[in-house]
Design a protein around this ligand. Structure first.
Ligand code: FAD
Length: 401
């Protein structure tokens, strides 16, 4: 068993940390750098992206042949955690959700022509993307296989799409969309995934759903489809493979959220540590009070638990395993860790923590989506219980070389 990082990954990690410290964190506290949705202004972002690309810190999750960094998932875990220290840095390195998950998916399952047409402009940073699966009630949410209502009807060599999606991240700015729709009533093989371009007619962006924010570029949007036409060549995998496409995408994409959330948790603690190492109360620094040390120690411990779960799931993904239960465990724990740690950091900053003078209040609001996005925590726990029922004591079995 070896918990050391390979040197090239450690090198990337250090460079990303330095870049975030020097170029991204200094921008965070000036509201002039952000739009009304608290996203970084595009001209500022573009300059940072050029710099990151010039330094070779670009799309590390994608293969070198396509212009990325070719990192294994364990390497992403180390590097994403560093970019995750800022809400705004993942976009700078072209490793933000949902685009990073979309890129990794297309690289894994796309045909050569699909990769050239749809993936390459995303890797090059020429366009943004979105993944459209969730629907407003009574449609697809926690149970997409059973409840999806958006349907794709075959007509010759084309598909016509009818239905509604919502909470589609990035849809306000995306040009390339991955869409999951119903093609039959088969419980396992009833869904199919497609690609479409923003400029194609037959669909509408109905609204940008207002949220607690801060939001990613393009927000979370509601879309309607009234006969969008998609050529069969823009179908992903086989007809009926929509759930499989989703599982392939979400395995790694869910874990990348955990990686970024661990970075945000660490950053929250950094802000707390800066404050308590200076601030005095009852004749000594706050950091010297035992009660404060317990809070910090607990937060540090929880972050480490989350990192071990995340790294283990990453390692399993690198072995070619779907790593479903490991990703579910990491997702549940790290979402809770982010909540708890940012809450502790706000508490230790006193009134300052509740102010907008630090990014803590933004992280606190953002953290609330962690237990919902990419599967509610309760659904992940249900998946774990199903695994336990099937595997019994094998649930915890280590692999043997
Ligand atoms: C910020 C954000 C970004 C998102 N981005 C995207 C995106 O880009 N593309 C996309 O397709 N979707 C996106 N989503 C949607 C997200 O994947 C869904 O919100 C999630 O899958 C839950 O579905 P739902 O909201 O319909 O909840 P519902 O299915 O309505 O469930 C509501 C609640 O019921 C409980 N529940 C459900 N099932 C069970 C169960 N079996 N056991 C116990 N409790 C249960 C859970 O507490 C759950 O939160 C995003 C959501 C958020 C918040």
């Amino acid at each position: 068993m070896d918990f050391n990082l390979p040197k090239n990954i450690e090198n990337y990690r250090k460079q990303i940390r330095q870049f975030v410290d020097e170029h991204v964190l200094p921008l965070e506290n000036d509201p002039k750098n952000f739009d009304e949705h608290e996203s970084m202004l595009l001209p500022i972002l573009d300059e940072l992206r050029k710099l990151a690309k010039a330094k070779g810190l670009w799309a590390l999750q994608v293969s070198k042949e396509r212009g990325g960094g070719g990192l294994p998932v364990i390497g992403m875990a180390a590097c994403y955690e560093e970019m995750g220290r800022s809400l705004y840095a993942p976009t700078v390195f072209n490793s933000h959700a949902p685009d990073d998950g979309n890129m990794m998916l297309l690289e894994k399952i796309g045909t050569l022509s699909q990769k050239d047409t749809w993936l390459q402009p995303m890797v090059d940073g020429k366009c943004w993307s979105a993944f459209a699966m969730t629907e407003p009630a009574p449609g697809s949410g926690s149970d997409p296989g059973g409840m999806m209502q958006t349907r794709a009807e075959k007509s010759g060599n084309q598909w016509k799409i009818y239905g509604r999606k919502w909470f589609i991240s990035g849809a306000g700015i995306a040009e390339h969309f991955i869409l999951v729709a119903r093609t039959s009533d088969d419980p396992r093989k009833g869904l199919t995934a497609f690609l479409f371009h923003r400029d194609q007619p037959g669909w509408q962006l109905e609204r940008r759903v207002p949220t607690m924010g801060p939001e990613e570029h393009g927000g979370h949007c509601e879309l309607s489809f009234d006969g969008l036409t998609i050529d069969d060549e823009n179908r992903l995998m086989e007809v009926g493979d929509g759930l499989k496409v989703t599982q392939i995408r979400l395995g790694t994409a869910r874990l990348t959220h955990c990686m970024r959330w661990l970075g945000l948790s660490k950053r929250s603690l950094e802000i707390a540590q800066d404050y308590i190492s200076e601030r005095q109360a009852f004749d000594k620094k706050l950091s010297e009070h035992e009660g404060v040390q317990w809070m910090l120690g607990e937060a540090a411990l929880e972050i480490h638990v989350g990192r071990l779960l995340t790294m283990h799931a990453a390692w399993k993904l690198d072995q070619g395993d779907y790593s479903r239960k490991e990703v579910s465990m990491a997702k549940v724990v790290v979402a809770d860790t982010l909540h708890k740690v940012v809450d502790i950091a706000i508490q230790l900053n006193g009134a300052r923590g509740y102010s907008k003078d630090t990014v803590l209040e933004r992280i606190y609001r953002y953290a609330r989506c962690a237990r919902l996005v990419d599967g509610a925590s309760e659904v992940h726990k249900m998946v774990l219980a199903r695994n336990l029922a099937k595997e019994n004591s094998q649930f915890w079995q280590w692999g043997v070389k």
